[in-house]
Design a protein around this ligand. Structure first.
Ligand SMILES: Nc1nc2c(ncn2[C@@H]2O[C@H](COP(=O)(O)OP(=O)(O)OP(=O)(O)O)[C@@H](O)[C@H]2O)c(=O)[nH]1
Ligand SMILES: [Mg+2]
Length: 254
């Protein structure tokens, strides 16, 4: 059996995109190292002005074989940060590739459940879901609740995809899913990116399982959510249906 400190243990990688998450990442990395001993972590930072990457580099000296960093030259968006991280993970040979936010909205106890489900269940994709039985949000304003619930219904209306929390950014994929989704054809960046990834996996026939989570609103740092991201999703969801009809998500189109 391999241990979490084994350099060759390329089983599970969690990709964390960051933009100005200095305080959060300095708390999250040690917790992840301690509480999820088998996980490796890849931070994809977009040249955060607050020095997030510097904090990661300092931490890397303690865990050089488990913490990795990709630095991009500027704020290029969440979607491309994940695509960059996923491609890196595939190249490195990881078997399970996860994503979570840096801001403690995604709890480590829930991550442990997601890991257990992807490793021991028959799911190809596990989604940490606010909207299945047992899931909830804490400290969210009414506006955010309505927006998020409304988005879920809107996605269901257009795509018929049976996922209760399609905008969720707390997900673990089996390697084969990311190998077959045409990553270069995933065009969206914010919420729409999360929706598109799940939609592409579903169109390919992969089994998606939702696990209930408690989503806690961020305490440190500031939100990168903005109107542009919301409008991208409103316009983007009907486009997903169009992309599907054109066969863009089929693996032969890679
Ligand atoms: N690399 C990179 N990371 C980003 C970018 N935009 C957001 N992030 C990160 O993506 C994660 C999710 O962004 P958040 O701002 O928390 O978005 P949210 O969860 O919808 O909104 P709040 O929780 O209200 O802040 C966080 O870890 C951010 O730091 C980006 O352009 N590039
Ligand atoms: Mg957040």
């Amino acid at each position: 059996m391999s241990t979490g400190n084994d350099q060759n243990n390329k089983e599970l990688l969690i990709v964390i995109p960051t933009y100005n998450e200095r305080e959060n990442i300095s708390g999250l990395l040690p917790e992840l190292m301690e509480r999820v001993p088998d996980a490796h972590v890849l931070v994809v930072d977009d040249n955060s002005p607050d020095g997030t990457a510097q904090v990661v580099k300092e931490f890397q000296t303690k865990y050089p074989q488990r913490v990795f960093l990709i630095e991009r030259e500027g704020k290029l968006g969440l979607g491309t940060a994940y695509i960059t991280g996923f491609k890196w993970a595939l190249n490195q040979g990881y078997e399970f590739i996860g994503e979570m936010d840096a801001d403690f909205s995604h709890r480590i106890e829930d991550l442990l459940n997601l890991i257990d489900t992807i490793k021991n269940g028959n799911a190809d994709v596990v989604v940490g879901s606010r909207y299945v039985k047992g899931g909830k949000t804490v400290n969210w304003t009414m506006d955010r609740k309505i927006l998020s619930r409304g988005a879920s219904l809107y996605v269901r209306f257009w795509t018929c995809m049976p996922i209760k929390d399609p905008t969720a950014g707390f997900v673990i994929y089996k390697r084969k899913v990311l190998e077959t989704i045409p990553l270069d054809k995933i065009s969206f960046s914010g919420y729409a990116f999360q929706i598109e990834m799940k939609f592409a996996a579903w169109v390919q026939g992969y089994k998606i399982v939702e696990v209930p989570i408690t989503f806690v609103d961020r305490i440190e740092g500031s939100s990168k959510m903005n109107k542009k991201i919301v409008f991208e999703a409103i316009k983007g969801v009907p486009l997903l249906v169009w992309k599907r009809l054109k066969g863009i998500y089929s693996s032969t189109n890679r």
